[in-house]
Design a protein around this ligand. Structure first.
Ligand SMILES: NC(=O)c1ccc[n+]([C@@H]2O[C@H](COP(=O)([O-])OP(=O)(O)OC[C@H]3O[C@@H](n4cnc5c(N)ncnc54)[C@H](O)[C@@H]3O)[C@@H](O)[C@H]2O)c1
Length: 361
């Protein structure tokens, strides 16, 4: 029994019936966006995909009233208040430019772009038209991340000094053959979630980054599938580390998928069950301890929600709250996302130069 009730769910918008137009009806929209929106009671008006049959299948499965022939047709529908973009990152810039020119707010899947220049051009297009835009960095709403943030906000962990993501799993990369062609794999497409969550939990920007990345002997990929990524914070003792090996293939018993957040007054440990035996997963876990609660016992907490699909409510809820003026900007506003991306690109520079790289402002 937990001595406190942890807040692990997103704050829902007061106005929930904004019309959502979906652009891209692929795997993540079907597996995560739409199941989450259904749970939250969001109002999906229509869907467009470059492959019409994909849009039709998705519309039938989730009872979405309209399938559009083009992005322009989606944008011309006055019932669409917000556009949810989930296409390959290389398509984002031109779609974002069109949506921004139509004056509609948007949520864009991560990564916003694959390089710094394109990311900045994408944000500039959004700013030119003054529309609200957020990036779908939904790990910030992963129930264990939210609960840890609640512990931090209540002062129960004290000053943070260590965050570690330890992920030794057997990722079925064959599910994403396009990803294996990329020269940037783990940091840009996977650990970007951890980098964003670390920024969220610490509220700090690292001063420098070290990253070493490689793959498995004999494995066919152009990018890194194993990592050691270390964030340093100038004179402070705070450190954050990401260790991943996506080739822990000796059975579940030898796997580990957790993050741990430690402060001078307490600690929280989250088991991310989803990444083990993916995509079926195993049960999550969450435990914490705090000296401020009087004793040294660890408390186990079970949440009814998990990363996929439940965390996908968060970014859309936050964008809707910004649309109705409840908050000034969505939590994962594109400008904030540039700060996550600059850590991604600093990590690649570190990998290339085999050196500690300062994080540029
Ligand atoms: N946890 C996460 O946040 C998470 C997980 C998986 C994927 N993603 C991201 O979501 C995005 C989509 O991934 P996915 O796994 O669904 O890919 P997918 O290949 O399954 O689906 C992409 C869809 O986009 C459509 N498409 C491509 N170009 C288009 C265009 N110009 N206009 C309209 N439709 C277009 C394709 O036809 C396809 O149906 C990627 O950016 C990926 O990085 C995020």
């Amino acid at each position: 029994m937990s001595p406190i009730e942890l807040q692990h769910l997103p704050v829902l918008p007061r106005k929930r019936d904004y019309g959502i137009g979906i652009c891209g009806a692929g795997g993540i929209v079907n597996d995560a966006h739409l199941p989450a929106y259904r749970k939250a009671g969001f109002n999906v008006m229509g869907v467009f995909d470059a492959r019409r049959e994909a849009a039709e299948r998705t519309a039938a499965r989730f009872e979405i009233p309209r399938v559009y022939d083009s992005l322009d047709q989606l944008l011309a529908d006055r019932r669409v208040d917000v556009v949810d973009i989930a296409v390959p990152a290389t398509e984002n810039l031109k779609i974002v430019e069109t949506v921004a020119a139509a004056g509609k707010p948007m949520l864009i899947q991560k990564p916003l772009a694959e390089d710094d220049e394109t990311a900045r051009r994408t944000v500039a297009a959004i700013d030119r038209h003054g529309v609200l835009a957020a990036v779908n960095q939904q790990m910030r709403w992963e129930p264990g991340v939210r609960a840890t943030m609640d512990l931090i906000s209540r002062g129960l962990l004290g000053e943070l000094f260590s965050i570690a993501f330890l992920v030794f799993v057997d990722t079925p990369w064959h599910m994403w053959p396009w990803l294996m062609q990329k020269s940037t794999v783990d940091v840009l497409y996977h650990s970007i979630h951890y980098l964003d969550a670390i920024r969220f939990l610490t509220g700090l920007e690292p001063a420098s980054v070290f990253c070493d990345g490689t793959t498995l002997p004999g494995y066919t990929t152009n990018g890194e599938t194993r990592l050691c990524l270390h964030l340093m914070y100038g004179d402070s003792q705070m450190r954050a580390t990401i260790l991943t090996n996506h080739h822990a293939s000796c059975g579940l018993e030898g796997q580990q998928s957790e993050f741990r957040v430690e402060g001078v007054e307490g600690a929280a440990i989250r088991k991310m069950g989803l990444l083990m035996n993916y995509p079926k997963g195993v049960p999550d876990g969450f435990r914490f301890t705090s000296r401020r609660l009087g004793d040294r016992r660890w408390v186990n907490v079970e949440f009814g929600e998990t990363w996929i699909p439940d965390a996908f409510v968060g970014p859309m809820a936050s964008l809707m709250r910004a649309m109705s003026g409840e908050i000034e900007r969505p939590e994962t506003d594109v400008h904030d996302n540039l700060k996550t991306l600059r850590l991604v690109f600093a990590a690649y520079e570190s990998m290339r130069t085999r050196s500690v790289v300062p994080v540029k402002a």
